[in-house]
Structure formats: structure tokens, C-alpha cells
Ligand binder design. Structure first.
Ligand SMILES: NC(=O)c1ccc[n+]([C@@H]2O[C@H](COP(=O)([O-])OP(=O)(O)OC[C@H]3O[C@@H](n4cnc5c(N)ncnc54)[C@H](OP(=O)(O)O)[C@@H]3O)[C@@H](O)[C@H]2O)c1
Length: 436
């Protein structure tokens, strides 16, 4: 491989810079070509010759085409004419707009008696109005994709199929998601409750749920449509309270067996008052792992929470925003004392402060929202509340349930579709019982 001669001319832009006027005749040694030295070697040689070292320079052909400084010198032909000029400043890329990192749902857990872990921050799908149809699939899959790992549904909500579809659509690993469902009042009794769990699994499209709870202590049977107060309160084996007690007991036995048979990892109850829980303990072969009940800033449900705490039972809050009637901004979230406390946490919404108050007590929360941004922000609770703020929030509850008082469920279950409630209430009142 022979050496080649090239001419290097100064660009006009160099004259002002370094008073270069003469061109250079340079010989490119054969060894440079053989060893495929890059074009920049030539540029360096020219700059050295002209004593130019303090700026960026570029090499191009005389016709103006740019030369790749990393290309091999072997691509140059004998007698090539090159020009050295000041390199055009590389276009400065406009700074990329800083997209804030998406909020991250908390990964905080409580540990159940069995050692299983339950996420503290979840999503409710029932309520008034609940999440149903495609909206349910959309909201639940969005929450799961965003990292929410606790979802509450119920046979009664009529949305288990959609929750199951959302689970699959989201791609969230089944093992990471804590799925809760419930046995409805019409499904109380051993056979009906067992069938209820199996049907829930089919609708959800899963082999087992993480938790199944008795939806509420009331038990409905179609014959109740013919019952008046005498039947309800007659005291016989088939009176209202006794039928309800028998069905509760059978239902619990069905759930214990469902757990043993691997259909549910944990079992629990919902809307049970302390007397219902005490009754349960008289026949339970195993105590509930979880009690799900109303709990929010407005109604902190201290009796049931204390009962749970004393027995190692996990307490889960439904209606954590104050619920259907006083939910969100109309109630707990809009409460003046909460707004006041929340003003000290400018990075957080009042709703997050209300929920963090609950998770700070080890309570798992099931807020419901039909808005994408809220279902995620409601689960982003990795921050601390000052003890003085917790004490202030502790004082808001007035002890009045915002949903209903299940204490009277054996007298009149206000949700029972079979019951002529007006008639029973009238007869109960005339018999001297307070209306439910
Ligand atoms: N076991 C039971 O008997 C039982 C009974 C009731 C409920 N539950 C469970 O508990 C879940 C929650 O109960 P719930 O839906 O009745 O009441 P909730 O969650 O206390 O309140 C829901 C209300 O709060 C609003 N909200 C949600 N996030 C908000 C935020 N960040 N800021 C302001 N407002 C917000 C919602 O409005 P938007 O939708 O417009 O956001 C809705 O109006 C239910 O979905 C169900 O899974 C269980």
C-alpha cells in the first residue's frame, strides 16, 4: 500500500480565528492507511501544523461533503482536496420535558394469624354505585396494572366476572393479588354457602380466593316474605333470630370446610357486631382471620376494632371515605378537621391523609372510586402522619355508623327483599321494639 498526497485548505472561518491562510500539502503514510487509521489523524496533523487546538474543527471535501472522522484513511484517493473549518456547533437538543414518575401504590402489608400477608391499600368495587360491566374491568385492571394488590368484590355485587377479567387483562401475577369475595345473605346455610364459594371461583376464573367473608350476619330465606312480627320474634326454633343464628353457624362451618378444601386461603366475616362475633366464637372451630366492617374518620368502629385487636384478628375498613351517603368530598374527605390537617401535607390529598390515618392503625382499606387517578392515588400511602395530627383525626368520629347498624339485623334486615319491612317495623313498634 503506497502513501498518498492530499491537500488541506483552510476554511475562511479559520482566518479570523488563527490567521491561517496557507494550505498544506500532506503525505499520508502507507502505514496509516494499512492500519486503517481514522480520518481524524489527518485533521489532528493539520491542526497541529496550524497550531489550532482550542476549538472544534471538522474536515470536509472541497465540494462541501462532510467526512466521517472515524472513517479509515484508506478511503481517500491520491491528490484529494480537503478543507478544515470550524465545526458547526452540534444542535443542542431541547431539554426533554420531565415527566413526573408515576405514583407508586404502597406495598405495606399486615400479617394475618396464618402468617399470610394482606396488603393494606386496596380497591373496593361495591357500594352505591358499585363498579359494574366494562367500567369495572377498566377501573380494576388499571388499578392492578398500576400496582394495587388488594381487590374487594362480592357475590352480591354482580361484578365477579368483570373483576376476574380485569385480573387477567392486567397481567398482574395471580400470586401477588389479594382477592376478597363474600357470601351473600341469600346464600347463608351450609349447602348454599358452599355452592356460593364455588360459584364465586367460577365467575372470578380462579382456583381459590385469598379471603371469603360472610357479607353480613343477616340471613335471607324466601319464606320470610310471609312473616310478620310474630314469626320474627316468636322465640320458636323457626323465629327470625333463631333461623338467622342457625344459618350463620352453618355458613361458618361451610367456610371452614372451604378453607380446608383449598377454595379460600382465609375466611372471615363482615358487618358483625361484637355480639355477633362473640356468638361466632362459641361454635367456630377456627376464628375469623379478618373482620371487614365500616370504618372511617366519621365512624371509627372502636368496639369491633378493639375486639379484633385483642384476638389477633385483622380489621379491614369498608367505606373508608365515609361511604355511599357521605363518601368522598361530601363527607369524610370534605370534613373541616381533615382539610385542616391535610393542609400540613401539601404533597398529599385529604383522601390520602384520611386513608393513611387508617393504615397507620394496621387497618387495610378498600376505597372505591370510578376515576383512574383516584384508584391509584388512594393506594399511594407511603408517608407518615405526625402523632398530633393522628390525635386530631382520632377525635372526629361521632360513633354513628354512616351505612347501617347491623346490631338489629335479626329484628329487621333492612336490605331483605323478602321482607314486608313496613309491616314488620309497624308490628315491632307496636310490640314495643325499637325500629331497626
Ligand atoms: N362488606 C360490606 O358490607 C361493604 C359495604 C359497603 C362497601 N364495601 C366495600 O367497601 C368499598 C368502599 O365503600 P364505598 O364505595 O361504599 O365508600 P367509600 O370508598 O368510602 O366512598 C366512595 C366515595 O368516595 C369518593 N372518592 C373516592 N376516592 C376519592 C378521593 N381520592 N377524593 C375524593 N373522593 C373520593 C368516590 O367518588 P368517585 O367514584 O367519584 O371517585 C365515592 O363517592 C366498596 O366498594 C366495597 O368493596 C363493603
Amino acid at each position: 500500500m503506497a502513501a498518498i498526497s492530499v491537500t488541506i485548505l483552510p476554511d475562511a472561518s479559520l482566518e479570523t480565528d488563527a490567521k491561517v491562510s496557507s494550505h498544506l500539502k500532506m503525505t499520508v503514510p502507507a502505514s496509516w492507511i494499512q492500519k486503517k487509521r481514522p480520518m481524524r489523524k489527518l485533521l489532528d496533523a493539520a491542526l497541529k501544523q496550524w497550531q489550532l487546538t482550542d476549538r472544534s474543527y471538522a474536515l470536509r471535501r472541497k465540494d462541501g461533503t462532510a467526512l466521517d472522522l472515524d472513517a479509515s484513511l484508506g478511503t481517500l484517493e491520491e491528490g484529494a482536496k480537503l478543507v478544515v473549518g470550524v465545526a458547526a456547533a452540534a444542535p443542542v437538543a431541547p431539554p426533554k420535558p420531565q415527566t413526573p414518575a408515576p405514583p407508586k401504590p404502597s406495598k405495606a402489608y399486615a400479617t394475618l394469624r396464618s402468617g399470610a400477608r394482606i396488603p393494606l391499600c386496596g380497591l373496593g368495587t361495591g357500594g352505591v354505585p358499585g363498579l359494574v360491566g366494562e367500567q369495572c374491568v377498566d377501573i380494576v385492571s388499571h388499578a392492578l396494572r398500576s400496582g394495587v394488590r388488594l381487590v374487594d368484590t362480592a357475590s352480591q355485587y354482580g361484578n365477579e366476572r368483570e373483576v376476574g377479567r380485569a385480573l387477567r387483562k392486567s397481567g398482574a401475577p395471580r400470586g401477588e393479588v389479594f382477592l376478597v369475595t363474600k357470601v351473600a345473605p341469600l346464600e347463608q346455610g351450609y349447602a348454599a354457602a358452599t355452592a356460593s364459594v364455588v360459584r364465586s371461583l367460577e365467575r372470578l376464573g380462579v382456583d381459590s380466593v385469598d379471603l371469603v367473608v360472610v357479607h353480613w350476619p343477616g340471613a335471607w330465606v324466601p319464606e320470610q316474605k310471609d312473616w310478620g312480627a310474630a314469626q320474627w320474634l316468636g322465640g320458636g326454633a323457626d323465629s327470625g333470630p333463631n333461623v338467622a343464628r342457625r344459618l350463620r353457624r352453618e355458613t361458618w362451618r361451610a367456610l371452614e370446610d372451604a378453607r380446608r378444601n383449598g377454595l379460600a386461603r382465609e375466611i372471615g366475616v363482615s358487618n358483625y357486631t361484637v355480639p355477633h362475633l362473640e356468638e361466632l366464637m362459641t361454635y367456630a372451630r377456627e376464628p375469623p382471620a379478618v373482620v371487614q366492617s365500616e370504618c372511617s374518620l366519621l365512624f371509627s368502629n372502636d368496639d369491633v376494632r378493639r375486639w379484633c385487636a385483642a384476638r389477633g384478628v385483622h380489621f379491614q375498613a369498608y367505606g373508608p371515605m365515609g361511604g355511599a351517603a357521605e363518601g368522598g368530598d361530601r363527607g369524610a374527605v370534605g370534613h373541616a378537621a381533615l382539610q385542616d390537617v391535610a393542609a400540613r401535607y401539601p404533597e398529599r390529598t385529604p383522601a390520602q391523609v384520611a386513608l393513611r390515618w387508617l393504615t397507620g392503625k394496621g387497618v387495610s382499606v378498600l376505597p372505591k372510586s370510578c376515576r383512574h387517578e383516584r384508584v391509584v392515588s388512594n393506594a399511594c400511602l407511603d408517608f407518615d402522619l405526625a402523632p398530633a395530627d393522628v390525635a386530631r383525626l382520632d377525635s372526629i368520629s361521632d360513633g354513628r355508623p354512616r351505612y347501617w347498624d347491623p346490631a338489629n339485623v335479626d329484628k329487621v334486615d333492612i336490605f331483605n327483599p323478602f321482607l314486608d319491612k313496613a309491616r314488620v317495623q309497624r308490628e315491632l313498634a307496636s310490640a314495643g321494639y325499637a325500629a331497626a
